[in-house]
Design a protein around this ligand. Structure first.
Ligand code: DGL
Length: 262
């Protein structure tokens, strides 16, 4: 089985990482739309067009299923992609439901961080309303984290001050969960962990998304094997350049470390 994974950039590598931990005997095509990243501050029409270009490309190149490893593209385009394209398409949404499922009582509070398009989109608002979680959930857009991640700037003073400045708007001690509603934010779990009180659980949607892929396609999860088959594409061009492949592998290693933080 060939599985396509699409993100605006390299945030979706966190979803690929999760997929490799369970489905490494399959082939993967990873599409990063580096020409157009960041999506989180673009218009809905632009995001819709970019998402169609990417997912169609993955299907034309043999993907039997596509994971939209981007909360922003999912928020804007998932319904249209599913309606118009012929393979199973799995989307991603901020893991507010996971936070609710992990809550042992009804008063627990969640902060969702995501891109402006996700934060302001109807999809997240509907999700929160459907879970009856309006008065227990706050949202914050952190658009600059996407550029920091694309530039491999994960731990600089700029990153730390940005996070501290944005998060001082909240009394962090009142939260029980921090939901990473953008796949790029996984790169910053260590800095976020330092800022939030230790009893705030950090959660993301990666595991849920790959479990949905496994269920929808009736796949079997297995332990990782040594050399998975993956091709990387930047906005429709296969990546052969050694320095870019090295960057991808550095990012995958960082994400592997970040997986341990919760
Ligand atoms: N990684 C994306 C997400 O999960 C979007 C980042 C961006 O391009 O703004 O929302």
């Amino acid at each position: 089985m060939k599985i396509g994974i699409f993100d605006s950039g390299l945030g979706g590598l966190s979803v690929l990482n999760e997929a490799l931990s369970k489905l490494s005997e399959h082939e993967f095509l990873y599409y990063a739309d580096v020409k157009n990243v960041p999506y989180g501050q673009k218009s809905r029409d632009e995001i819709l067009k970019f998402s169609f270009d990417a997912v169609k490309f993955l299907i034309e190149n043999g993907s039997n299923a596509v994971v939209v490893a981007c909360n922003t593209a999912t928020s804007v385009a998932i319904k249209d992609l599913r309606a118009k394209l012929s393979v199973p398409i799995i989307g991603m949404e901020p893991a507010v439901k996971k936070a609710r499922d992990l809550s042992c009582d009804d008063t627990l509070k969640t902060l969702v961080i995501a891109t402006p398009v996700t934060v302001n989109g109807a999809k997240l608002k509907e999700l929160i309303a459907n879970l009856n979680a309006k008065d227990k959930t706050e949202v914050l857009a952190l658009p600059r984290l996407v550029n920091f991640a694309e530039n491999e700037d994960f731990e600089s003073q700029d990153v730390k001050s940005y996070l501290r400045d944005e998060l001082t708007k909240f009394d962090l001690s009142k939260f029980d969960f921090l939901v990473l509603g953008c796949t790029h934010f996984n790169y910053f779990k260590d800095s976020l962990r330092e800022i939030f009180p230790s009893d705030v659980k950090i959660i993301d949607g990666n595991e849920g998304t790959i479990n949905r892929l496994i269920n929808e396609l009736s796949l079997e999860a297995s332990s990782p094997r040594s050399a998975p088959k993956i091709k990387f594409f930047y906005s429709g061009k296969e990546v052969f350049n050694k320095s870019e492949l090295d960057k991808i592998s550095r990012n995958l290693s960082r994400l592997q470390k970040m997986r341990e933080i919760c």
